[in-house]
Design a protein around this ligand. Structure first.
Ligand code: TNX
Length: 523
């Protein structure tokens, strides 16, 4: 055997190479929690420089035996298991857990509407605490964003699943954070609506407003007026077959949403935007003649007959059946663009409908035109176009839902080259949709008057889920942040970097987004 003499210089080179290879081959370890790209931006994040690992030893412990908390724990496990390839279990904890992931309510008093939460991450324990299950759910959505984007993929990924240590304390600025989906102009089925709920709730939105009726279609089964859907739901813009939700399907959507702490708000638009109803029942027309079904995109030509008793019987039946399907507080009565209704008829009509909604145990939400009528203080006007209407609502003591068309309308084109969408309000690029503050948008309407922010997607030009996603992403995360994060901690230059890193999350979630040139996208 030849005893080769070691050359100290080459031994050092080999050693150096081994050390360098370690660096190159080990996935980057997250060590600074403050550098994570969380949308919406949390109120406070502090870092302690270490990391917590999810591995085969990790379990999710939930405090006590509450089925609701177990469901939240299971929701998290179901998001972690596919990509990690682990079989993380949810276990009831009788005492404070000391390792793994622990979900716990603070104190003994549950505060139902309280969405605040805290996450304290140490080397061995990730503890999520909140004052209500809704807060725990919001915290779970944050945990998903603390892991690499690959966590959203459906199959096992190689890699280490680590989260930087530190503390996140968080709470929303506004209690109503939502989007609207127009299922009337083009119909979208239950699976699409569920995906939409998943996507908005990932960004902590808690409300989905469904625009269930318009000139082009009636989309919710009303058992006492069956032609509304069998005839009025049969078509859509462009003339292809439409569709509708049976009450059972609708309840399934409501339940799916509620499991994600999302409230569904049903809208029946009236007295205008009612051609589908007017085509289904002749008696709802002043001349007693049923209208033809309509598949175009004009607005403002239809009206219920505001002078007939049968109209209010019809509305009472619809509202009663809808209220029974609706755990949330609001029924949206539309009220926009009723150009075919005389003003002197419109005003008492809205007041009567408001009484009907209240008699059925719900509160009124309506487009800003409803402020022409006498509003109850617990009614809400949705500001979309007229500051004057919104101010008139506030003067009556009503609150405002902020949906300015030129900022939040997700059907507005990004620029003149966008193939889908409209541009009557504005072209809305990502910076324009992000750089504004609901509390200073309309002089005289401040935070105290505002319930929250909603981004509507009208569907005259949008026909399927890919097209929905293209118009909604990447603007929706920014609107979600505007509703969650105080204006004082928001800044476009900082936000656009965070949004860019979410490109990899969009890709992992299969979201077909508009790759705006304003953003440097992570793939
Ligand atoms: C205005 S916004 C409408 C809708 C259209 C939308 C298209 C509002 C209350 N009414 O009927 O779909 O513009 O952007």
């Amino acid at each position: 055997m030849v005893n080769k003499k070691q050359n100290p210089a080459s031994a050092f080179a080999v050693l150096l190479l081994i050390v360098l290879m370690q660096f190159a081959c080990t996935p980057k370890v997250p060590s600074d929690l403050t550098k994570e790209s969380i949308i919406p931006k949390p109120v406070s994040v502090t870092a302690t420089g270490d990391y917590f690992s999810i591995d085969e030893k990790t379990a999710i412990f939930v405090q006590g035996e509450s089925p609701e908390l177990k469901n939240i724990g299971q929701f998290l496990a179901d998001r972690l298991n596919p990509a990690t390839g682990l079989a993380i279990e949810v276990k009831a904890a009788t005492a404070e857990a000391s390792t793994g992931i622990y979900l716990t309510l603070n104190g003994t008093e549950i505060k139902p509407g309280d969405e605040s939460y805290e996450i304290v991450i140490s080397k061995k324990l990730l503890k999520l605490s909140a004052n209500s299950p809704a807060g725990l759910f919001m915290g779970v959505q944050t945990i998903r964003q603390l892991l690499p984007a690959g966590i959203e993929l459906a199959s096992k990924q190689e890699g280490l699943w680590q989260i930087a240590t530190g503390t996140i304390t968080d709470a929303p600025e506004y209690s109503y954070r939502g989007s609207m989906l127009d299922v009337a102009r083009h119909f979208f089925g239950v699976a699409d609506v569920k995906r939409y709920i998943d996507l908005i709730s990932y960004y902590k939105m808690n409300t989905l407003h469904l625009h269930l009726s318009d000139d082009q279609g009636w989309r919710i089964e009303i058992k006492s007026w069956p032609n509304l859907t069998t005839h009025g739901g049969s078509t859509q813009v462009g003339g292809k077959a439409g569709g509708f939700y049976t009450q059972e399907q609708y309840s399934d959507i409501v339940k799916y949403a509620s499991d994600r702490y999302v409230t569904i708000i049903p809208e029946i638009d009236m007295p205008g935007h009612t051609n589908a109803a007017l085509a289904s029942y002749a008696e709802l027309n002043c001349d007693g003649k049923a209208r033809e079904l309509y598949t175009g995109t004009e607005v403002g030509f239809s009206t219920l007959c505001t002078k007939k008793d049968v109209t209010y019987k019809f509305i009472d039946d619809v509202v009663r059946e809808l209220a029974a399907l609706t755990p949330g507080p609001y029924i949206h009565i539309g009220g926009d663009e009723s150009h075919a209704t005389k003003k002197e008829d419109y005003i008492p009509f809205i007041e009567k409908v408001q009484d009907i909604v209240i008699a059925n145990g719900k509160l009124v939400l309506g487009w800003d035109e409803i402020s022409l009528s006498k509003l109850k203080a617990n009614s809400v006007a949705q500001y979309w176009a007229s500051a004057e209407n919104a101010k008139r609502a506030v003067a009556q003591g009503a609150k405002i839902l902020i949906s300015p068309a030129a900022k939040t309308y997700l059907d507005m084109q990004y620029d003149s080259t966008t193939k889908l969408g409209l541009h009557w309000a504005a072209y809305i690029e990502i910076d324009s949709s992000y750089i504004w503050d609901p509390a200073t948008l309309v002089p005289g309407i401040g935070k105290e008057n505002i319930v929250g922010v909603e981004a509507p997607l009208w569907s005259e030009t949008v026909t399927n889920m890919e097209e929905i996603e293209y118009m909604v992403f990447p603007r929706l995360p920014g609107i979600a942040e505007i509703a969650w994060t105080p204006a004082s901690s928001r800044n476009w230059d900082e936000y656009k970097v965070r949004l860019g890193t979410h490109g990899a999350r969009f890709t992992a979630m299969g979201i077909d987004y508009y790759p705006s040139k304003q953003i440097n996208w992570a793939k």
